[in-house]
Write a protein of this length. Sequence first.
Length: 199
Amino acid sequence: MTKMNKIAAGLAASLLLVSAAQAQETVSSVATATVQNAFTLDETAAISFGTVRATADPAGTVQASIIIPANPTIDPSTPASGGAAAVMQILVPGTPGEYAVSGVAPFTSLTLTVPTGDINLTGASAPPSAPKLIADNWSGYILTGPNANTAYAASNLQTDAAGEVTFAVGATLNTDDAASTTAYIDAVYSGNYDIVVEY
């Protein structure tokens, strides 16, 4: 091969390399992910123990009670009369509290926490010596979702295909267990409580 031919061959090889390099392109991109751990918990209705006739045992020895079942298809009941010393009678039936969860991934199991201790209900205009009402034995009942119409148990509160679920909460209302010589007044008795739903 002559010197000129060698030069020509070298130039041709260089042009091929340049052409190959010019065919390569690079794009820089950004990977993203949106974290949404928050969801919506709405109170459709707070628990109501209705309108009752109540008399506390002055000695605080016995209690009368009304049960508001978490299952809304079951009527409230008065299983404990407390004898003559304590009385609890239903005048207007109460209703369980109802709650709605949304904004969760489909078919996700959630944990429901209801009050584990006593919630005291007091009358705003009642004297300090007046007896209180006590709410305890809180429970949950699933209204919608894959486990609808069942009592709540650990992690069976599961969302549906839309990421939603509703449930109800019930409890027992009792007369005071402390000694008091003052009667209940005619008034609305109220107390704050927390309902917690979490992953």
